[in-house]
Design a protein around this ligand. Structure first.
Ligand code: NAD
Ligand code: DAU
Length: 347
């Protein structure tokens, strides 16, 4: 079966893994990666697939409705897997408008162009979303697909809004859609503003490790390739109009994860035991900081037979090794504008 699939945000962290996964596994599909190459997008992330016969890159901004119309008219995509977004909570606190623009209006542009120019009723719009739309959990309980939306940050509010628009296009125009809401991802090519790569980079450079608040916040971590696999499964087998929660059954308090990371880094860098932990610095908390995220992934597991494949410590080792072996990548993405962001955020 030949299919033309548009993947948006394919030059970012998760998107590049999804593009790689689909390009390699499905040579019969034409994969189009549409990305504006913001600070978070980098074509270096796709070096191993960028000459593949079934891969094309389209540099474009999803906020540009005219350009979206032009591209959808030209390529008549059969399906869209939508990942392009502003994704960092701290940035959303400083600049909520750009999150509303990209995450809400950008998504709306894609829905409109897909409706206007594709045979959309026999296609699929797959929206990649986050568990943050559910707000925060207390010490107990898990997010299920029927947990009410209760977003707390401008980022999660914008993602919640885009989820609602996708569902509304399904109800109103009969557009076939699926949505998945995933927990925190980690792995290679993650931009070093996010906790794990930021702290790896700071440990390498003996810089302070800025722990927000008391560090007793919990996240549920999933290896990014397990997320790419889940996206493949939902894309091919998910029921139209349904939502699937994706998570790692892998809850860590930030401070415990950071201590584990520090101890591993001491070994990798051949430093005395306890050296990296000395860099831990408790700093002002993130406003509106959600206490705990944890996913009940039983629906995707029972209905679509998906499970995370990797144990956390193994995934963390693979991630640390990747960053240590790709210092040039780290240096290139942390130079320039990122320096200004870093100084403002952590001064
Ligand atoms: P990222 O910030 O690493 O990448 C985002 C990509 O989108 C970049 O390549 C960027 O250039 C592109 N982009 C941004 N604005 C654009 C625009 N206007 N037009 C076209 N392209 C644009 O993000 P990520 O962490 O890979 O997240 C990808 C998606 O997955 C997002 O929708 C995010 O909400 C969702 N998600 C992320 C996580 C996570 O832990 N990182 C977890 C669950 C869901
Ligand atoms: O849950 C899914 C979400 O996970 C995704 O939708 C988001 O795109 C992704 O960025 C991520 O959001 P978080 O806010 O959970 O990730 P972040 O890596 O920014 O922070 C993880 C935890 O670490 C969080 O409790 C805040 C804390 N933290 C983060 C940074 C950057 C610190 O203590 N210090 C820091 O410097």
């Amino acid at each position: 079966m030949s299919k033309s699939i548009l993947i948006t945000g394919g030059a970012g962290f998760i998107g590049s893994h999804v593009v790689r996964w689909f390009v390699k596994k499905y040579p019969e599909y034409s994969i189009y990666n549409l990305d504006a190459l913001t600070y978070a997008g980098n074509l270096e992330n796709l070096k191993d697939v960028d000459t593949a016969a079934n891969y094309s890159f389209l540099k474009a901004d999803i906020c540009d409705a005219v350009e979206m119309d032009r591209l959808f008219k030209l390529y008549k995509f059969d399906a869209v897997i939508h990942l392009a977004a502003e994704s960092h909570v701290d940035r959303s606190i400083k600049d909520p408008l750009s999150f509303a623009k990209t995450n809400i209006l950008g998504t709306l542009n894609l829905l409109e162009s897909f409706k206007k120019y594709s045979d959309y009723q026999s296609g699929l719009f797959y929206h990649i979303s986050t568990d943050e739309v559910y707000g925060t959990l207390g010490e107990k309980g898990l997010f299920t697909e029927s947990t009410s939306y209760d977003p707390n940050s401008p980022y999660s509010a914008s993602k919640a809004s885009s989820d609602h628009f996708v569902r509304a296009y399904g109800e109103t125009y009969g557009m076939p859609f699926v949505i998945s809401n995933c927990s925190n991802n980690y792995g290679s090519f993650q931009f070093p503003e996010k906790l794990i790569p930021l702290f790896i980079n700071n440990i390498v450079n003996s810089k302070p490790l800025p722990v927000y608040g008391d560090g007793n916040y919990t996240r549920d971590w999933l290896f990014v390739e397990d997320h790419a696999n889940a996206i493949d499964v939902v894309f091919h087998q998910g029921k139209i109009g349904e939502t699937y929660n994706i998570g790692g059954h892998n809850e860590w308090k930030n401070i415990d994860l950071i201590k584990l990371l520090c101890s591993k880094m001491d070994t990798y860098l051949d430093r005395p035991k306890g050296e990296s932990e000395k860099l831990i610095t408790f700093v002002k908390d993130r406003p509106g900081h959600d206490l705990r995220y944890a996913i009940d992934a039983s629906k995707i597991s029972k209905e679509l037979n998906w499970q995370p494949s990797l144990k956390f410590e193994e995934g963390l080792d693979r991630t640390i090794e990747w960053y240590l072996n790709n210092q040039e990548w780290l240096e290139s993405v942390t130079s320039g504008a990122y320096k200004n962001y870093y100084n403002k955020q952590y001064s």
